[in-house]
Design a protein around this ligand. Structure first.
Ligand code: PLP
Length: 444
């Protein structure tokens, strides 16, 4: 297999005729509830390029939603997963175990924040990891309440829908939702009424006050937060917010869970985003970037908390599948070998400089934010009122797609354009993608 050329190439309309044919078959056979951002059907992908079935090569600023940080066919992932595939595909770790699972748990203990004794349990999806973090926290504390935050996203299963803030499209019509879930404010600096400089202190005080008044700290099993909120709009909680909430949890015997499913594994220029303010979570949930595209998720945390669930209480048929574990070991090997934390910081430097310059020219850009290769622009109709502009986000995304740049939108108001390039993308492709964004602004 020859390496995929790292060059954008547009040879048909986007989507092209073969993609359109496949899309027609897909619409007849696949439930419409499963959407696609851009219906170009993929033939190959690696580095910063996605090649479609019509031979177009798109620049990838999505990484399959922050998954293929090492590329979508990284050498070490392919090598290790292929070797494992040839040896055996599955035994079920709960039936007869295998070394790869243990190696992934050891790697997670080494890489996650804190030098306390740690243990892990592996699962298939991010939502499953979050659900299990709740099970473990409840077993450990013998309490029931779970506190989550405005703009938070934690998945699409019943419990994680309850934990997720946004109704449309994640929850609408799918209730009733799991009980004992409480939502409190987060320090969304750009939209905090008294200004970003006050957001950390005020939002944490409000959140803690609500917990005390409405739930009672002694009833709370877990506080779950994304250290950088992903689907909610790449919101970095204003400085001071996370340490205050973390301290409150520690003071009241509440399990503090960092949901690093999107922000983890070098995405923000650190192994985990909570390191930025020196936060050491009790439990950390990971998935997405962990295994170079193979389905794997984990809960990692303090050994005494992880061991609170009775034997047989955690698991699942496929959880920690051996091929996915091999992929994770290949992905982690690549992150270390290529120093992808440094790469993420380089991506941040290039993107922030270019996007900040664009913000001087284009009034629709209300905010440029994010860390590492998790960067976003929030679009507004008016910089004073900050009225969200989801139409501009959709129009920009469409204009980028037509030029062969895959970008994603997000945000509670649907007005955030987010950029999640693979961490192995070259500077030339990164800049070319930014040129396309700039031209798209000029056009709309
Ligand atoms: C994507 C995501 C999830 C859910 O992961 P799935 O693998 O889609 O179930 C949970 N939390 C965060 C922060 C996410 O970004």
């Amino acid at each position: 297999m020859t390496a995929l050329p790292q060059e954008r190439r547009i040879v048909t309309a986007i989507p092209g005729p073969k993609s359109q044919e496949l899309q027609a078959r897909r619409l007849a056979a696949v439930a419409q509830g499963v959407g696609s951002v851009l219906p170009v059907f993929t033939a190959r992908a690696d580095g910063g390029i996605l090649e479609d079935v019509d031979g177009n090569r798109l620049i990838d600023f999505g990484s399959g939603i922050a998954v293929t940080s090492v590329g979508a066919s990284a050498e070490a992932v392919v090598r290790r997963a292929s070797a494992q595939l040839a040896d055996f595909t599955h035994t079920c770790f709960m039936v007869t175990p295998y070394e790869g699972y243990v190696e992934v748990a050891e790697a997670l203990a080494e890489l996650t924040p804190g030098d306390h004794a740690k243990k892990s349990a592996l699962f298939n999806s991010g939502a499953e990891a979050v659900e299990n973090a709740v099970k473990i926290a409840r077993a450990y504390t013998k309490r029931q309440a779970v506190v989550v935050f405005d703009h938070g996203y934690h998945g699409r299963t019943n419990l994680t829908m309850a934990l997720t803030a946004k109704n449309m499209p994640y929850k609408h019509g799918f209730g009733p939702f799991a009980p004992e879930v409480y939502r409190v404010p987060v320090a969304y600096g750009y939209r905090w009424l008294t200004g970003p400089e006050n957001a950390g202190a005020e939002a944490s005080a409000q959140a803690i006050d609500m917990i005390n008044k409405q739930i009672g700290a002694e009833n709370v099993a877990a506080i779950i937060i994304e250290p950088v909120l992903g689907e909610g709009g790449f919101i970095e909680p204003a400085k001071g917010f996370l340490p205050a909430v973390r301290q409150f949890a520690a003071d009241h015997g509440i399990v503090f869970v960092a949901d690093e499913i999107q922000s983890g594994f070098c995405r923000t220029g650190q192994w985990f985003a909570c390191e930025d303010e020196g936060i050491v979570p009790d439990l950390i949930t990971t998935a997405k970037g962990i295994a170079g595209g193979l389905p794997l998720a984990a809960v990692t945390g303090r050994a005494e908390i992880m061991d609170a669930a009775h034997a047989g209480g955690l698991g699942g048929t496929y959880g920690g599948n051996p091929v996915a574990c091999a992929g994770a070991l290949g992905s982690i090997e690549t992150m270390k070998a290529l120093d992808l934390n440094a790469k993420a910081k380089n991506i941040e430097a290039i993107m922030k400089a270019r996007l900040t310059a664009m913000a001087e020219k284009f009034d629709a850009i209300g905010d440029v934010r994010g860390r590492g290769a998790m960067i976003a622009i929030e679009l507004v109709k008016d910089r004073t009122t900050k009225e969200p502009n989801p139409e501009a986000a959709a129009a920009l995304a469409k204009a980028c797609h037509q030029e062969g740049l895959l970008v994603l939108t997000c945000g509670t108001y649907g007005n955030v354009l987010r950029f999640l390039p693979p961490l192995v993308i070259g500077d030339d492709l990164l800049n070319e993608g930014l040129d396309i964004i700039e031209q798209a602004f000029a056009r709309i």
